[in-house]
Design a binder for this molecule. Structure first.
Ligand code: HEC
Ligand code: HEC
Ligand code: HEC
Ligand code: HEC
Ligand code: HEC
Ligand code: HEC
Ligand code: HEC
Ligand code: HEC
Ligand code: HEC
Ligand code: HEC
Length: 349
């Protein structure tokens, strides 16, 4: 009897510990993955964009507030489409439209067009007078602030926690500079151009062009997007980095560079950008300068020869030098990102 009880206790213990372990690895996995590129994962409880959500979404969609037409009353979708059949046609295929139709089927009073454009009675009376309807086109009388607030009514928080004060907000960008909710031109994200990268390139074409250099990460090949490293809606870190530091962003995909290492190489810990440029380089492996000059920017008093390198020292020259030949310094200092070998303090192995 005693034995049986003991076994039972043991079994319970094992079960409890087992479940604890799966929980822990689950959390670790979450910590190691980059915040999702598709910010509004449907199963993300933080997401403010879930369809049928009791708090937000379309279920309780109300007409937006237009400070320039305080007396306007909602008129409903049929009135808008009477004059804007073409726009309504394009809109019918968009993510918003699908959700709104579902909500309207349940409650015909749900705001649709007017959830974004504000109440339309005044505009319907005097369509040529700008400002009476919330417009997202430049110079149509609606301030950028009103435009953004309209979208943020439903999309506040999450990836947009730091929209206010972000470099894009401060420079007067509107949500509609990157998003076009009136028609489905992109597979996802309702971006203004077919892809995220093209959308960013409308203003940052110089950066997009850098990805055409000889060495680059596979962004032109369609395997990556600007939002793998940046959150265009604003972050707490410089240059809209998606994580707190540059290195943290790089570790998400280059995890083996995180270490820990027995012998660290100080500049790697400090910032990958000491030696690499993220958007493209004409040097091998995205390096900011060719080897050995890259290394000599910091290492000038070495115990081994510290030559001034000349073309004669190339493999084809009269006095070939191993520090210029092949992979240069990294022919010997191969573990340039850090070494775990007990005899690797010089990053040899
Ligand atoms: C500088 C460009 C840019 C600006 C400005 C911008 N966005 Fe985005 N937004 C993007 C990109 C790129 C994505 C990513 C799409 C994807 O991952 O599929 C995105 C994703 C989203 C998403 C879908 C994913 C999610 O987070 O739920 C929403 C909603 C969104 N943005 C709303 C807004 C709102 C509201 C504003 C204005 C306050 C805004 N955006 C301003 C570029 C921008
Ligand atoms: C009686 C016809 C009529 C009705 C009804 C109407 N519109 Fe318009 N709307 C127009 C015309 C005409 C223009 C073009 C004005 C111009 O280009 O000067 C316009 C322009 C707009 C614009 C562009 C902003 C601007 O200032 O040019 C938006 C957005 C818009 N309408 C949305 C709506 C919405 C939403 C509704 C329903 C609430 C609606 N309209 C109802 C005729 C109408
Ligand atoms: C999710 C928010 C949203 C909803 C819902 C919405 N619109 Fe728009 N609408 C926009 C934005 C943003 C733009 C500016 C698009 C752009 O950048 O060209 C716009 C532009 C327009 C324009 C002006 C087009 C131009 O060339 O400037 C008209 C007209 C319009 N919408 C009518 C409608 C009608 C009619 C409906 C309902 C069937 C509707 N909208 C629903 C956000 C919305
Ligand atoms: C009435 C609430 C409401 C308003 C106002 C609104 N949205 Fe949305 N939006 C939603 C919902 C709900 C979804 C669907 C989320 C989903 O699919 O999980 C959505 C989806 C999106 C997406 C993601 C689409 C995709 O395919 O991934 C973007 C981007 C977006 N909205 C941008 C905007 C912009 C820009 C504005 C202002 C012009 C705006 N929204 C206004 C409720 C709203
Ligand atoms: C409508 C124009 C426009 C679009 C589209 C745009 N940006 Fe910007 N972006 C700006 C402006 C303006 C600035 C600030 C001026 C500057 O520093 O060059 C800026 C600055 C930045 C910065 C530098 C931030 C800093 O702190 O130095 C990053 C990173 C950036 N944008 C990323 C993106 C990404 C990613 C996209 C696409 C999702 C995008 N931008 C789309 C206009 C735009
Ligand atoms: C592999 C990650 C990565 C990708 C992908 C990426 N960036 Fe960057 N971006 C960075 C880093 C890192 C910085 C520099 C941050 C710093 O200097 O502190 C940066 C800086 C910037 C800056 C501001 C500084 C400058 O060089 O002018 C802009 C603008 C920018 N990126 C836009 C883009 C655009 C647009 C895309 C897509 C075409 C893109 N980035 C793709 C990592 C990335
Ligand atoms: C979203 C994933 C992702 C992120 C984030 C990322 N990389 Fe990459 N990186 C890649 C991929 C994919 C390759 C190509 C690997 C291949 O071709 O085998 C690559 C290649 C490289 C290369 C080798 C290029 C060559 O020509 O051999 C370097 C160097 C590099 N990345 C540095 C960085 C740095 C520095 C950062 C942080 C600013 C970073 N990466 C962030 C995915 C990423
Ligand atoms: C002290 C300079 C230096 C720093 C700092 C540095 N790297 Fe490198 N990295 C190099 C050199 C040199 C090469 C080329 C090695 C070769 O040719 O074998 C390289 C190659 C790479 C490669 C491609 C080959 C490989 O090993 O996979 C990746 C990816 C990479 N680095 C990522 C990173 C990341 C991520 C960081 C920041 C954590 C970083 N590097 C920091 C010097 C550096
Ligand atoms: C941004 C400056 C910087 C760059 C660029 C740089 N290093 Fe370093 N390196 C350091 C610092 C700082 C240390 C640590 C020195 C110490 O601990 O005394 C170090 C340590 C080393 C060590 C170990 C030396 C020792 O005394 O333990 C080697 C080997 C080395 N670097 C080789 C290289 C090579 C090869 C390159 C080029 C691919 C390079 N470094 C690029 C700054 C740099
Ligand atoms: C043929 C192999 C080889 C090549 C090529 C080489 N090194 Fe070294 N390096 C060594 C060895 C071996 C040591 C260890 C010397 C010792 O511990 O006394 C060393 C030590 C170092 C050290 C640490 C000791 C010191 O003198 O401060 C630095 C820094 C260093 N090398 C940088 C470089 C740089 C930069 C280059 C390229 C210009 C380079 N090495 C090319 C073999 C090489």
């Amino acid at each position: 009897m005693r034995f049986a009880l003991l076994w039972l206790l043991l079994l319970v213990l094992v079960l409890v510990m087992g479940s604890d372990r799966t929980l822990a690895t689950g959390q670790e996995a979450a910590q190691q993955s980059l915040p999702s590129t598709h910010f509004g994962a449907p199963d993300d409880p933080q997401s403010m964009t879930r369809l049928n959500s009791p708090i937000t979404g379309f279920t309780n969609a109300r007409p937006a507030t237009n400070p320039q037409a305080p007396d306007a009353k909602p008129v409903g979708q049929q009135v808008c489409t009477a004059c804007h059949a073409k726009e309504a046609d394009n809109f019918a295929h968009s993510t918003h439209s699908l959700g709104m139709e579902a909500a309207i089927a349940r409650d015909p009073a749900t705001a649709t067009c007017e959830a974004c454009h504000g109440p339309g009675s005044e505009h319907a009376k005097r369509p040529a007078e700008h400002g009476l309807i919330i417009a997202f086109t430049k110079d149509r009388g609606t301030s950028v602030e009103t435009q953004a607030n309209t979208c943020l009514n439903c999309h506040e928080g999450g990836a947009r926690d730091h929209w206010l004060g972000s470099v894009h907000q401060r420079n007067g960008l509107s949500c509609s500079d990157c998003h076009n909710p009136m028609t489905q031109v992109s597979a996802e994200g309702l971006t203004a151009k077919e892809s995220i990268n093209q959308t960013c390139a409308t203003c940052h074409n110089d950066i997009r062009q850098q990805f055409n250099r000889r060495s680059h990460m596979p962004l032109p090949e369609g395997q990556m997007a600007c939002v793998d490293c940046h959150n265009p809606h604003g972050t707490l870190s410089a240059a809209l980095m998606k994580t707190d530091t540059v290195n943290e962003t790089c570790y998400q995909c280059h995890a083996e560079k995180r270490g820990p290492f027995l012998f660290e190489h100080a500049p790697v810990r400090e910032s990958c950008l000491n030696c690499h440029t993220p958007h493209g380089s004409n040097q091998h492996a995205l390096l900011v300068a060719p080897i050995p000059m890259l290394c000599q920017q910091c290492h000038s008093h070495m115990r081994h020869p510290n030559d001034l390198f000349t073309p004669q020292q190339l493999a084809t020259g009269t006095g070939p030098n191993e520090r210029l030949m092949g992979r240069g310094c990294v022919s010997c200092h191969a573990q340039i990102h850090g070494s775990n070998s007990p005899s690797g303090p010089r990053l040899h192995r």
